[in-house]
Design a protein around this ligand. Structure first.
Ligand code: COA
Ligand code: AMP
Length: 630
């Protein structure tokens, strides 16, 4: 099958195409309606199919004789621990923990918030929710208490599952005080917390509310899989939007399972029994899709790595893990490879390891810059595949189909649209533009399986954020172009979302935190280019009249606020006091213009500007602090 045949089948006959892919999974009742509409008029896949994602990922593998095969290789250089968990063991642990959740009153449709580091119990908790038809919402461990509280108030979890701590390169981060503070701040109060105690820290449990993981599990029966409809949600994953409030991306059970299973072979060329390693975190969509669900739905062994690409202990960590578990496909963010390159520019580390099992390196999360692409390809001699995707889709919108028909890679391009994604480049009026012309990257409806049908609790935000700008299309929020061969080049966000070390963050959210400081009258946060992390945020603040504060002292306080409210991952290190900010006559801060100035790009001054003299002032200020890049 060529890429062209596969792709045109998916676009011209989507129902028979996806029905065929769905047959690879073990349904309780196979759907009769492949593509339907829900009560909101949104396209939904497999509407009358009955299934359970945990059954498809675990029990079906036992039935297929994979009980003794390794499901998870847990490798934690930060705690010097390794564990090998077979499908049979994982199924037992998941069914037992599902029983424990049931004993705490968790039922189909209830939300369970999971705030855990990269340990097997995080995967067990996710799958246990899926087993019960409960909806999990995993929150990345790097987020602070306030972020957790916002998610608690949006998702209304019945139970929170956490651990006593996470372990970073040279420090232990206690999780339980953050959970307690978040519950304190939130209006919604979960009934129970189940806490996994790690040897590094013993968390204090609150009597009546908190429960020790081991105690809960010891008293629990094994729970069966609860049948759900394909359109019932499997999880809600919060991601940054343009406002301060994160968006809860809703993921269906059935269409997700089908897309995961299909993509694991089509994009990543992985077969049952192979080992796949997504060096990400279960708190991000990459972790949900390619650490947990897709590998297990495909009968693979997955690597759960609690460490960094560097400093745990060195820049050869990726190569060591790839050798040790005979990894066939490795997926990470370009920033991880930039970190390795920075510490080991001549790639001495790779020479110590046998990488004969490794066939392909995949990257996503941010634009793969051509120098990083070249370096990784040169040192490994392997194909390096950039692919573009979003939390909203759950899998690659554009990719190179390594399992079907690999195409030549072009540096800077995420290759071609994946089957099911009808990618178009539109101008601001919604008209399609020609080859090599930049525009808004949009996807013609219907979206393929796994894409979000709504935002949790806020369908209007889903419509406004994705479907209303260009009727008949999903708006991605990314800008880019297609070349004359149809290769897609993603050039960056067209909104106020930034990507810091592969982590998607909202500048709007950071602005809300800075604006909360008593000295700050107004502010703008923008992303500037960074050699290691791709982008980092900087803040420009205007002081309230009469406030007298040293800029260094204010900077320290603002940086601390961001760490306190959002988390250290935001990496905001620089704030500058400006005398004025460029604004339109209606008072809107011209953030795009600020971004262009800071990134050393050419810019034109909009005719609607109120105070043109603010521009040279800002430029001087940024140059003084050496914050103009490019
Ligand atoms: N829990 C708690 N804190 C966390 C955390 C977690 N899970 N992850 C990161 N942090 C903290 C770090 O400890 C650090 O804190 P500090 O400022 O007090 O030192 C801060 O957040 C920034 O961390 P990080 O972004 O990891 O930066 P770094 O300089 O430590 O490491 C890289 C740089 C490039 C090695 C690292 O960002 C990386 O591995 N990136 C890959 C990201 C990735 O895989 N993304 C998924 C997309 S596929
Ligand atoms: P997330 O939802 O965290 O996966 O972030 C999605 C955003 O990351 C996209 O909208 C893009 O801006 C960016 N992104 C992800 N993958 C790529 C890629 N391969 N090339 C360019 N940008 C990417």
């Amino acid at each position: 099958m060529s890429y062209e045949q596969e792709y045109s089948a998916s676009i011209n006959n989507p129902e028979s195409f996806w029905a065929d892919k769905a047959r690879q999974l073990d349904w309780f009742t196979f759907p009769k309606t492949i593509l339907g509409k829900d009560e909101n008029g949104i396209d939904r896949w497999f509407v009358d199919g009955e299934m359970n994602t945990c059954h498809m990922a675990l029990d079906a593998n036992l039935a297929a004789g994979r009980g003794d095969q390794v499901a998870i290789y847990y490798d934690s250089p930060v705690t010097d621990t390794k564990q090998t968990i077979t499908y049979a063991e994982l199924t037992e642990r998941v069914a037992r923990f599902a029983g424990a959740l049931q004993q705490q009153g968790v039922e189909k449709g209830d939300r369970v918030l999971i705030y855990m580091p990269m340990i097997p119990e995080a995967v067990v908790a996710m799958l246990a929710c899926a087993r019960l038809g409960a909806i999990h919402s995993v929150v990345f461990g790097g987020f602070a208490a306030h972020e957790l509280a916002v998610r608690i108030d949006d998702a209304h979890p019945k139970v929170i599952v956490s651990a006593s701590c996470g372990v970073e390169v040279s420090k232990v981060i206690e999780y339980k005080p953050l959970v307690d503070a978040a519950i304190e701040q939130a209006t919604h109060k979960p009934a129970h917390c189940i806490v996994f105690q790690r040897p590094q820290v013993q968390a204090t449990l609150i009597a009546g509310r908190d429960l020790d993981w081991n105690t809960a599990v010891a008293a629990a029966p094994l729970a069966d899989c609860t049948p759900v409809l394909a359109t019932d949600p499997l999880y809600v994953l919060y991601t940054s939007g343009t406002t301060g409030k994160p968006k809860g991306v809703v993921r269906d059970n059935g269409s997700h399972a089908v897309a995961m299973r299909y993509s694991m072979k089509a994009i990543y060329n992985m077969d049952p029994g192979d080992t796949f390693w997504a060096a990400s975190d279960v708190g991000w969509v990459v972790g949900h899709s390619y650490i947990v669900y897709a590998p297990l739905l495909s009968g693979l062994s997955t690597v759960l790595y609690e460490g960094k690409p560097v400093r745990t202990p060195d820049a050869a960590a990726f190569w060591r893990v790839a050798e040790e578990y005979k990894v066939k496909g490795l997926f990470s963010a370009p920033t991880a490879f930039r970190a390795i390159k920075k510490e080991d520019p001549n790639a001495e580390g790779i020479k110590r390891h046998d990488l004969s099992s490794l066939e392909t390196i995949f990257m996503a999360g941010e634009r793969l810059d051509p120098p990083t692409y070249d370096w990784v390809r040169d040192i490994t001699g392997l194909p390096v595949v950039d692919h573009w995707w979003q939390t909203e889709t759950g899998w690659g919108i554009c990719a190179n189909l390594m399992g079907i028909d690999p195409k030549p890679c072009k540096p800077g391009s995420a290759t071609l649209p994946s089957p099911g994604f009808d990618v178009r480049i539109l101008d601001d009026n919604g008209n399609e533009v020609g080859p090599n012309e930049q525009g808004n990257v949009a996807i013609k409806l219907p979206l393929p399986p796994s894409c979000l049908p709504s935002i949790w609790g806020n369908h209007a935000r889903f419509l406004a954020g994705y479907l209303e700008q260009f009727p008949g299309y999903y708006t991605s929020g990314d800008g880019g172009y297609k070349d004359e061969e149809g290769y897609v080049f993603i050039m960056g966000r067209t909104d106020d979302v930034i990507n810091v070390a592969g982590h998607r963050l909202s500048t709007g959210e950071m602005e809300e935190v800075l604006a909360g400081h008593p000295a700050v009258a107004e502010c703008a946060v923008i992303g500037i280019a960074d050699d290691l992390k791709g982008q980092v945020p900087i803040g420009l603040v205007l002081l309230k009249d009469g406030v007298d504060i040293e800029s260094d002292a204010l900077n320290q306080e603002l940086v601390a606020r961001i760490r306190q409210d959002i988390g250290a991952v935001a990496c905001l290190k620089n704030t500058l006091i400006a005398q004025r900010l460029p604004k339109t006559r209606s008072g809107k801060i011209l953030r795009k213009l600020l971004r262009q100035i800071a990134n050393g790009e050419s810019y034109s001054i909009p005719s609607t500007i109120d105070d043109p003299a603010s521009i040279p002032e800002i430029e001087v200020l940024l140059r003084e602090k050496e914050l103009v890049t490019g």
